[in-house]
Design a protein around this ligand. Structure first.
Ligand SMILES: [Zn+2]
Ligand SMILES: [Zn+2]
Length: 129
């Protein structure tokens, strides 16, 4: 068996997804694809990681682009993963002041400060003035 680097794992897992979902294969290979949904492919990935342990468990599917990433953040607040490239478009984020509290963006934007702020930071800013 081949030993993969992080980036190669990411590449190979996305190839697996492309095969499972779209039936895409390298030119010299033929094998019918199950053509399953991305969500089902995610379930297979989960099984191979958590149940069989044959794939490292630091790879997750991004809720926006649907690709497999190792460089990905999990948000407790809505239970989803977002890769770094997609976090800008995610409905959730991190308070831009304390950099630790998870927030829903639509509830947390302060026009006055032009920042996404958690409740506590918002309150602290108002108290200062
Ligand atoms: Zn993404
Ligand atoms: Zn905060």
């Amino acid at each position: 068996m081949k030993i993969y680097s992080d980036i190669e794992w990411e590449e190979k897992l996305n190839e697996l997804f492309d095969y499972l979902i779209n039936g895409k294969l390298p030119d010299d290979v033929q094998c019918p694809s199950p053509k399953i949904s991305r969500e089902q492919a995610g379930n297979i990935l989960w099984f191979l990681q958590e149940v069989t342990g044959i794939i490292p468990d630091n790879y997750e599917v991004c809720a926006i682009c649907g690709d497999v990433h190792s460089d990905i953040r999990y948000f407790d607040i809505n239970g989803k993963h977002y890769c770094y490239g997609c976090q800008e478009y995610a409905p959730v984020g991190i308070c831009e002041e304390c950099n630790c509290v998870e927030i829903y963006k639509h509830k947390s934007y302060s026009k006055k400060d032009e920042l996404y702020l958690c409740k506590d930071c918002r309150r602290a800013r108002r108290a200062k003035k």
